[in-house]
Ligand binder design. Structure first.
Ligand code: PLP
Length: 421
């Protein structure tokens, strides 16, 4: 057995690992032409009174309707804006509790607080997504919604989530920011719940730097979200407004963002096909290594392959393993390390843990409209912390090739041979 690189042995991999980004790596002529086209047209604002259907943003919404099969789509300036507008659209607000997985992104929980609702944390399971059994335990008479977050390109187990939601009459909002283009049992992510939100930020599968999309089949949800995203104004003059107006924000997308994303949409399926193929090979290679744990969901339809994650027997071993694997030339991280901030994990959502608002008034928990008494603590979701504390993550993208997957598997097998004895 060759010594570990950490102990002076030869490194498995000498060349740099692939980029941490996906869609942005493919920006090319298509995107450039589309951006220049917008500048040439001198139409950089979406809602001009005329030629509405010629706008890039409108075209982008058509693409998302087609991708998801939903009747309505609304493009916005970020995934966070999309989540907030969707919650408003769904009627979630003061007095309501919203169940959010303990592994998400800080924006998911912020969005809930922005609509004056109270987040209730729920464990994730080994799939890295919301644990349906814990969802059921976290329901109260005040639960209005659950946000199913499709983390790291992996879709939540939507069947049990939808079944629980139906039984308890709560709405499901899909946070599809990290799983753009994914499917669950052949159905597009974002289309399974009452509404779905996508992010187009730089780290995402397709990107416009910043941007977001909400999709829904419900005209009222769409109209309420549309009002909210445009200062309480009805931006769609040709549609009869079926809801009363109320104050909103300015979450409008620019034509430049929309054009860039339209270019990226042409690449989406190829990016996903490449990532899925490589991920299947990685999962196959890693599953033969004793001591390396993986969810049965990894490498299946439910996994877009944006990262390789595997679990070790305990957190201490994971720390040692990470150091040794990095030394072999495979950049990686332990997903949860207590001293290392990772805003995907709830103990680092300080304002939530401390029930802190922008004004020092403990809103919305202190609001007279909230009848519950939810408590937070940094150890309240032990299953999530245990799993993430034992999880090693390696970033992947569409440019992972066979040599890369072989290096990855060889390096993990070598480190496992030394450390997991
Ligand atoms: C799970 C999740 N939800 C929401 C968001 C928010 O998206 P954005 O950064 O576009 O506001 C992100 C991305 O950053 C995310 O990863």
């Amino acid at each position: 057995m060759e010594p570990l690189a950490l102990a002076g042995g030869p490194k498995v991999r000498q060349t740099p690992w692939v980029s941490e980004f996906q869609g942005v790596e493919d920006i090319g002529q298509e995107e450039k032409d589309r951006i220049l086209g917008v500048l040439d047209k001198k139409r950089i604002f979406r809602y001009l009174a005329r030629g509405y259907e010629e706008s890039e943003a409108y075209q982008l919404e058509q693409e998302y309707k087609e991708l998801t099969g939903c009747r309505y789509a609304l493009a916005m300036n970020s995934g966070t804006s999309a989540l907030i507008s969707a919650l408003i659209g769904l009627g979630v607000g003061p007095g309501d509790e919203v169940i959010v997985p303990a592994f998400a992104w800080i924006a998911t929980v912020s969005a809930v607080l922005e609509v004056n609702a109270v987040p209730v944390l729920c464990e994730m399971d080994a799939s890295l997504t919301l644990d349906p059994a814990d969802l059921e335990r976290k329901l109260t008479p005040r639960t209005k919604a659950v946000i199913a977050v499709h983390m790291r390109g992996i879709s939540c187990d939507m069947d049990p989530i939808l079944e629980i939601a139906r039984r308890h009459d709560i709405v499901v909002l899909e946070d599809t920011a990290q799983a753009n283009g994914g499917t669950y049992k052949g159905r597009a992510l974002g289309s399974l719940g009452a509404a779905g939100c996508f992010s187009l930020q730089q780290y995402k599968i397709v990107t416009s730097g910043e941007g977001g999309i909400m999709v829904t089949d419900d005209e009222i949800v769409w109209q309420r979200a549309a009002l909210y995203h445009d200062c309480g104004r009805n931006p769609f003059h040709f549609h009869e407004l079926k809801v009363p107006t109320f104050a909103g924000q300015n979450y409008r997308i620019t034509e430049l963002q929309a054009a860039l994303c339209l270019g990226q949409m042409e690449r989406m399926q190829q990016i996903i096909t490449n990532m899925r193929t490589q991920k299947q090979q990685i999962v196959q290679g890693l599953s033969g290594i004793p001591g390396i744990g993986m969810s049965s969901v990894f490498g299946t339809e439910r996994d877009l392959g944006v990262s390789a994650v595997f679990m070790l027997p305990d957190a201490q071993t994971a720390v040692q393993f990470r150091e040794a694997l990095e030394a072999e030339g495979i950049p990686c991280g332990v997903v949860y390390s207590p001293g290392q901030q990772n805003l995907h994990i709830y103990p680092f959502w300080d304002f939530l843990m401390d029930k802190r608002d922008a004004w020092g008034k403990g809103h919305p928990w202190s609001s007279g409209m909230y009848a519950g008494d939810v408590q937070y603590s940094r150890d309240m979701c032990p299953q999530t912390l245990d799993l993430l504390g034992r999880s090693i993550q390696i970033r992947l993208n569409q440019y992972v090739r066979q040599q890369d997957t072989e290096d990855l598997v060889t390096a993990v097998a070598k480190v496992a041979d030394h450390i997991l004895k």
